[in-house]
Ligand binder design. Structure first.
Ligand code: PRT
Ligand code: ZN
Length: 285
């Protein structure tokens, strides 16, 4: 029997599409599930299980799936025996404490208060670390309405844009955890599946690296080449090709997108013209 890597992703919800997209960017063809529980990739020995995100760490710990894609918030709340392999750069949010918009806040004011949350384990850790005793009310959804209906004085919930807090008259006062989607793996993978997962991870890292980098092309007068090359070190060193117009060269390199905005003025100041910045699909370093 051919070995297949089994990976669990969210069936529907905030991480579903980005998880499918990441696999597709890794060159892996899978349908997005529909009503199915699982789907096999056409061109990689991979089977994808579609599950509720909360269940993914357990399935990976139990080796029903070899690996999974899930938020760090879920991984650290569930405390399952799984290994976090890689942050994936999507599903970013934070687990925060929020109180009524008009309340003064000091950590110590949480003492003896009721705090509503779906993350009792992470909240308890935060309270213990800060030597606060409070009453945790675990609720599974719509945590943000708890203060308004008199169930709690504070909440501990995921925040991304902050608009849910705003519309419920709350303000974010403490961040307990910064979270994003991660790739997790079973701790006792067999040799064959470990090798397959390493090859998937290699692809994921190439895709991630490509996203942060851009291919840059520009024209430069030859007497500025030293300066421009020092600004654009690239993967090894830039490619420099002569232009048809004498005294000019074309310089090609790879640049971190954030660095581009920092050095653009210096490139122009050094005489660079016709600067093009284009996306890179995969980057193997
Ligand atoms: O059905 P299933 O159990 O699989 O899904 P779910 O409903 O439990 O999870 P889902 O799809 O809502 O979220 C999946 C994961 O996305 C979470 O575990 C986080 O890792 C990540 N994520 C990123 C978020 C958010 N951003 C987020 N903003 N998860 C939830 N929210 C909620 C938050 O709980 C609050 O209700 O969005 C609201 C706040 O958003 P803002 O933009 O108003 O601040
Ligand atoms: Zn869930």
């Amino acid at each position: 029997m051919v070995t297949k890597l089994r990976i669990a992703i969210q069936k529907s919800g905030r991480l579903h599409e980005d998880s499918i997209r990441l696999l597709q960017e890794c060159g892996i063809d899978i349908s997005n599930g529909g009503n199915k529980l699982k789907s096999s990739a056409a061109n990689f020995p991979l089977e994808v299980f579609f599950l509720r995100d909360d269940d993914i760490p357990q399935y990976v710990e139990d080796a029903v799936a070899d690996a999974g894609i899930v938020g760090e918030n879920v991984v650290y709340e569930k405390k399952k025996q799984v290994e976090v392999m890689e942050q994936l750069g999507f599903g970013k949010c934070r687990l925060s404490i929020a109180v009524g918009r008009n309340e003064e806040f000091d950590r110590k004011q949480l003492e003896g208060k009721r705090i509503a949350t779906s993350y009792p384990v992470l909240l308890q850790e935060y309270l213990d670390n800060n030597k606060i005793t409070a009453d945790i009310h675990e609720i599974s959804g719509s945590v943000e309405i708890a203060p308004g209906i008199g169930l709690a004085e504070a909440i501990c919930d995921l925040v991304s844009s902050g608009s849910t807090l705003l519309t419920n008259g709350l303000k974010e006062v403490e961040t307990i955890l910064h979270s994003q989607a991660v790739l997790i793996q079973n701790k006792n993978l067999g040799e064959a599946n470990r090798t397959l997962l390493q090859s998937l991870l290699f692809r994921i890292r190439s895709v991630k690296k490509a996203k942060n980098n851009k291919y840059i092309l520009l024209n430069a007068p030859n007497d500025s080449l030293d300066k421009i090359i020092s600004l654009l070190p690239g993967m090894k060193s830039p490619t420099v090709l002569p232009l048809a117009t004498s005294g000019w060269s074309s310089v090609h390199s790879v640049i971190d997108e954030n660095d581009f905005w920092r050095i653009i003025e210096q490139l122009k100041g050094a005489g660079a013209q016709g600067i093009l910045v284009v996306p890179i699909e995969k980057m193997i370093v």
